[in-house]
Ligand binder design. Structure first.
Ligand SMILES: Cc1ncc(COP(=O)(O)O)c(C=O)c1O
Length: 400
């Protein structure tokens, strides 16, 4: 692991973050990869807009908050190294990912290169694209550490490749795929590169220029600690002219003549007119909150906590199943002789939140490793050693 320990949040800083996170007073949360606990600034921003809508009307509230809403694009852009025009709002990561993916030209005989830990929704889209366009899907093998094998990717590259599309941090474990190195290979070959950063943005430093991705999809509710039903797509200025959305409306396009429209020149060509304004404003507050702490400090803290949890699990004879040389805040384990759904339920009775990751959420990886359903206990920078002790004590009791 490569952790800059000088960046880890101090106990006082973590305590201050917890004090402004109401959920920490009610639950011991190990489900940040599902939906994290929002901090007070996110709750306040979202509620203030809902109140305004109730008081003066939805359209009037949107007009009053226009500058605030516009600033969300700038916040997101600066958080990931993009420009505001390269950001489109989306209801969640799958919507963002699909709007980018399906806008890319693909033709019969072309290939999509992807990785073993690919998220189910993306894999289903590749299969659908195979049915619809006659493309084929190349799942690049992983290396010994379980990360996408860069030599294999390089060898698979060719003029018939329509897209390199991988998941940065998968839903089913601590693996961090080498997004930057993948970008170098895709860029050298001139092939578009789509990164599913749903589980990485908010817990790891993600800079689209360093990564060299053309598109990147993110959700608000997970490591960004934003509202449910919020997210965004990044689409680079370079790729935008190649992307033709299949479902434009009168916001993503101007209706300029009786039977002609013009798509917006920027990433907003992927948006629809109607959306949840309070969620968008809340997402902006979440990004600003993460930026105010510093993503480098969040990353160091999350990775340290996750390693602490893995060590503690090993200490009671539970082996984490996480792949990769460098691991994220997602920790998954199989508990011998126990159904993780039952374990999750028993933890829930003690107000400890965990989740279960099913094999079909990452089927290629599950088939390769013969994975059963796994207990997923994901940490964030608000997680404390005391909470880890509490989880370990509870697991010890549950196992009997
Ligand atoms: C890796 C990955 N990609 C995409 C998604 C989909 O995100 P959303 O539910 O916000 O569409 C998830 C959700 O868990 C995920 O783990």
């Amino acid at each position: 692991m490569n952790i800059d320990t000088s960046k880890i949040l101090t106990d006082d800083e973590v305590a201050a973050q917890r004090a402004m996170t109401p959920g920490t007073h009610f639950v011991t949360h190990f489900n940040h990869a599902g939906s994290s606990l929002p901090p007070q600034p996110v709750i306040d921003a979202q509620n203030a807009h809902l109140d305004l809508e109730a008081r003066i009307g939805g359209y009037e509230a949107a007009a009053a908050a226009a500058d605030q809403e516009d600033a969300v694009y700038a916040s997101i852009a600066s958080f990931i190294g993009a420009t505001p025009g390269e950001i489109a709002r989306a209801e969640h990561a799958t919507v963002a990912w699909c709007s980018g993916f399906w806008a890319l030209p693909m033709e019969k005989g072309q290939r999509i290169l992807t990785a073993e830990a690919e998220y189910a929704a993306n894999a289903v889209s590749y299969i659908r694209a195979k049915e619809r366009f006659g493309i084929s899907i190349d799942v690049i093998a992983s290396d010994d550490a379980g990360q996408l094998d860069l030599d294999a990717l390089d060898a698979a590259m060719g003029t018939d490749v329509a897209l390199v599309s991988i998941t940065h941090v998968p839903t089913n474990g601590g693996l961090i795929n080498p997004a930057v190195e993948v970008g170098k290979i895709a860029n050298a070959a001139g092939v578009p590169y789509l990164l599913d950063a749903c589980q990485s943005v908010g817990q790891l430093s993600v800079d689209v220029n360093e990564i060299g991705c053309d598109m990147l999809s993110v959700t608000g509710r997970k490591y960004l600690r934003g509202p449910r039903g919020s997210g965004f797509l990044y689409a680079s200025e370079k790729i935008l002219p190649q992307l033709n959305t299949d479902h434009p409306d009168h916001h993503s396009a101007h209706w300029v003549e009786s039977e002609r429209y013009e798509l917006l020149p920027n990433a907003r060509r992927f948006e629809y007119w109607e959306y949840n304004h309070a969620a968008w404003i809340g997402l902006g507050a979440a990004v600003d909150h993460a930026a105010s702490i510093g993503i480098d400090r969040i990353e160091a803290t999350v990775q340290t906590r996750a390693e602490e949890l893995r060590d503690a699990l090993r200490g009671i004879g539970i082996t984490p199943m996480d792949l990769g040389d460098n691991r994220s805040g997602i920790v998954t384990s199989s508990i011998p002789g126990m159904d993780p759904a039952e374990v999750k339920k028993a933890l829930g009775e003690q107000k400890i939140n965990a989740s279960v990751t099913a094999p079909d959420s990452t089927l290629w990886d599950a088939l390769k490793r013969d994975l059963p359903p796994l207990l997923r206990t994901s940490v964030h920078y608000t997680t404390t050693s005391e909470e880890i002790d509490q989880l370990i004590d509870a697991l010890t009791t549950i196992r009997g």
